[in-house]
Ligand binder design. Structure first.
Ligand SMILES: [Zn+2]
Ligand SMILES: [Zn+2]
Length: 335
């Protein structure tokens, strides 16, 4: 029997297609050859030594040395081809009283995760991943100072199927001048749940997933890693902090280091069990204005790109997942 399952955080339905369902090991990428990238590539703007190929840095962790020089281990720079740019105002205009537009104002930065071209986030040492997460936190808190920015999205595209354009390890932050409607729906659902139940839906999800046990990938003192009941994609994995906190920007320095360790370990599990799959991850966090509100709870979602959503998904918004999260979580958890 197929099953329709509902995500309580969004009210989105998914179909878990039992008859089409694939065994977890069949998602393993068997044809991928071992990565043979060079340590340094002469035309790569993110490689150490090529600092002149990027716009001026907004952050760098290095011991001494001038800005935009070599010697850093994590560096952030404005995106050379930004989706949104800092110039402009929030004024909305209407053409013929109907077509609405505004300046494409915003911030788009890249966090270069390492000067080495051929490293992978899933294989870096814990200390390096910590530094990357500390950089996310620092840039998040700097970008939020711009009063035009309403929401900051931190994400990573890894591999061609995930839409990456440069293979050098990097992640991105985009600050938008609006709260887009699908995020608004997620926030509204969390607010409605909070009104109805007097508690946070994500805190309840953690509690229920922990008590169900069979979709948990990792349970640590500060974070829970699981594949949600209504997973939209095979191996969709969430990392949720146990501390109720609306915004990633409020994470303590200590917790961001713990978060790094858990993220790295989760990515490593996916890497080793699925043979280096392409993936996206996104940190979902409250709009700047609602950071001190109680209804929301920041979290990270990892979506390995193992299947391609098609017409039905586009037309209905209902995802068809061909794997049971209970089985994939179990597969991932095994040593
Ligand atoms: Zn490079
Ligand atoms: Zn919560």
């Amino acid at each position: 029997m197929h099953q329709l399952r509902q995500d309580r955080t969004t009210k989105e339905w998914v179909i878990i297609a039992a008859e089409r369902s694939k065994r977890p090991h069949s998602f393993r990428n068997v044809s991928k050859p071992p990565s043979e990238k060079p340590l340094y590539q002469i035309d790569c703007p993110f490689c150490g030594g090529n600092e002149h190929l990027t716009p001026h840095e907004t952050l760098a962790y290095r011991l001494g040395g001038a800005p935009d020089s070599r010697g850093w281990w994590v560096r952030a720079v404005p995106n050379k081809f930004p989706a949104l740019s800092p110039e402009g105002s929030l004024e909305r205009k209407e053409e013929k009283g109907f077509f609405r537009m505004m300046d494409g104002v915003g911030v788009h930065e890249v966090v270069i995760e390492t000067p080495a071209h051929n490293q992978l986030l899933s294989l870096m040492d814990d200390k390096q991943v910590e530094e990357i997460l500390v950089a996310y936190r620092e840039r998040y808190n700097a970008i939020r100072e711009d009063p035009r920015i309403k929401l900051i999205i931190i994400f990573k595209n890894y591999g061609e199927a995930a839409g990456t354009s440069l293979e050098h390890p990097h992640s991105q932050l985009v600050g938008t001048p609006i709260v887009p409607s699908n995020i608004r729906r997620k926030l509204e659902e969390a607010a409605r749940y909070y009104d109805d139940h007097g508690c946070c839906v994500y805190c309840d999800v953690i509690e229920e997933e922990l008590s169900a046990e069979n979709r948990i990938v990792m349970d640590t003192e500060k974070f829970v890693v699981f594949q949600p009941f209504a997973s939209r994609f095979p191996f969709e994995t969430w990392i949720v902090p146990k501390t109720h906190q609306a915004s990633f920007g409020l994470i303590s320095m200590q917790d961001s280091k713990t978060f790094a360790k858990v993220l790295k370990e989760t990515l490593f599990k996916l890497y080793s069990k699925l043979n280096d799959p392409d993936y996206n991850f996104v940190i979902h966090t409250s709009p700047i204005r609602d950071e001190m509100e109680d209804y929301y709870h920041w979290h990270l979602q990892i979506i390995p790109r193992l299947t391609t959503p098609a017409g039905f998904e586009m037309g209905s918004g209902i995802h068809i997942n061909v794997a049971f999260p209970e089985e994939t979580a179990d597969f991932l958890k095994k040593e």
